[in-house]
Design a protein around this ligand. Structure first.
Ligand SMILES: [Zn+2]
Length: 459
């Protein structure tokens, strides 16, 4: 997911993130000069009789060094801190709404102006989202606009950025409001068994969101059109046919409207599933890198990663809702009087629920990241086998290094990375190359003798 670090706990964007089940940023930044015709293979990474995975990996990694590498590391490490600031901001805002009894007031107001229960829930949700949006606005501006510009990753004027924030807010108020009202109705009607039924409803909304996102939501932010470059398109469709993917079109999106990052993704479900690559990718990557990226995206499709993600989300939701019910009973039992809450299932207890879910979300971050990172690694391996472009893969991984730290420690990667690090990915690509050297030089054997003799290479 594209820089999930900075978004996770932002209330206004949470629903958009969930709904879009967004992939899979793969390449790098800055729409620069024309795309290279082939990957510029560094000395040490060419196919040869003494090809060595570790040496080839380091050769690729050394291509991105100096101040640019420092800048990228600093950007990505700043993201670790943003997890903490987002968490603290959410906790502070929810405690403020409870301690000032504003939440109870918002409930009373909703009940006064609407007769129908469902409308009361919806009005309360609107009040809550607007309050949280206003209170966290300075942090949102810093995170979404100032910081992106400081690191040279954004193309947007403040006005354009703000108008997208307003569209996202509108979507949250409508779609999030629908889901919230349905959930509250279940909680009220089934106070004992709502964690199970609530999970069913939540999953239903996530699934509907995933189906409609590419058709109705994504076009609100960008223009999608079938890929125009016929040569690239034919190569991509050929690879799709070879892997049993019934694709007739590949889509191109004008991501350069917002950012300089290069990316591609698979989105949608059932009939709305599609593969999209962005214009930055087309402008900056060699055809080999584009094929490696597309092979990766096809891996997500063939291995049903979106469905697996939904199943994983279902398990997470059931566990979180069960803990949520327990936490609500405890906290509302203890502080309900002070916060003017009537019961654990009171509408005005929503900030308590958000507080608990935010804490659980923070604790689950490494597990969530490890789940998606594992899928991404699987897609990398599929992509290498499908595209047979290890150098294209390394080229793309290096471009990614412009906004994702290339060479973290193992624990750092486990906790904070929702995609494998550049080093992990390039190592996998060079390992694949070592066992397929004859594809790159017919005079070489099809497996690397030096690697076979040394045993499997790590990192
Ligand atoms: Zn991916």
């Amino acid at each position: 997911m594209n820089s999930a670090l900075t978004r996770r706990t932002k209330l206004t964007r949470t629903w958009i993130v969930i709904l879009m089940i967004w992939g899979i940023a793969l390449c790098g930044t800055a729409v620069a000069s024309a795309a290279p015709l082939a990957p510029a293979i560094p000395p040490g990474a060419e196919a040869s009789s003494h090809f060595d995975v570790a040496v080839a990996t380091d050769a690729w990694l050394s291509q991105f060094s100096g101040p640019a590498r420092k800048n990228s590391d600093s950007y990505f490490e700043g993201g670790y801190w943003l997890i903490l600031w987002d968490f603290l901001a959410t906790v502070a805002v929810m405690l403020l709404l409870l301690e000032t009894k504003a939440s109870a007031w918002m409930r009373d107001f909703a009940e006064r102006i609407a007769r129908l229960k469902l409308f009361q829930y919806w009005i309360y949700f609107i009040e809550l989202v607007l309050a949280a949006t206003v209170l966290t606005f300075p942090l949102t501006v810093f995170e979404g606009w100032v910081r992106e510009h400081t690191y040279g990753l954004s193309n947007q004027t403040f006005g354009a950025w703000l108008s997208e924030q307003l569209i996202a807010l509108g979507l949250t108020l409508v779609l999030g409001g629908l889901a919230f009202s349905a959930l509250i109705a279940i909680v009220k009607r089934l106070p004992r068994t709502w964690p199970a039924w609530g999970a069913v409803i939540a999953l239903l909304f996530v699934t509907i969101g995933a189906v409609i996102a590419p058709v109705f939501i994504a076009p609100l932010f960008n223009t999608y059109k079938p890929l125009e470059n016929r040569v690239i398109k034919n190569q991509i469709l050929s690879m799709a046919r070879a892997n049993g993917i019934p694709a007739h079109d590949v889509y191109e999106v004008d991501a350069s409207r917002q950012s300089k990052r290069v990316s591609a993704n698979v989105s949608g479900l059932f009939g709305t599933g599609r593969i999209t690559l962005n214009d930055n990718l087309l402008a900056r990557c060699s055809p080999q890198a584009i094929m490696a990226v597309m092979g990766h995206e096809m891996g997500h499709y063939v291995m049903h990663h979106i469905y697996n993600r939904l199943m994983f989300a279902a398990i997470q939701i059931v566990v979180m809702f069960s803990l949520l019910r327990w936490g609500l009973d405890k906290l509302v039992g203890r502080f309900g009087g002070r916060w003017r809450l009537l019961s654990p299932t009171d509408l005005a207890a929503a900030p308590v629920a958000i507080l608990i879910l935010t804490i659980l979300g923070l604790l689950l971050t490494p597990i969530q990241n490890s789940f998606t990172r594992t899928q991404e690694y699987e897609a990398d391996i599929f992509g290498l086998n499908a595209s047979r472009q290890p150098d294209g893969e390394a080229e793309a991984d290096l471009l990614l290094g412009e906004y994702r730290k290339l060479d973290p420690g193992p624990l750092e990667e486990m906790i904070f990375f929702d995609h494998p690090s550049g080093r992990t990915r390039i190592t996998a690509a060079m390992r694949w190359k070592a066992e397929n050297l004859c594809l790159f030089d017919p005079a070489l054997p099809c497996e690397s003798v030096s690697v076979a003799a040394k045993g499997p290479s790590s990192r």
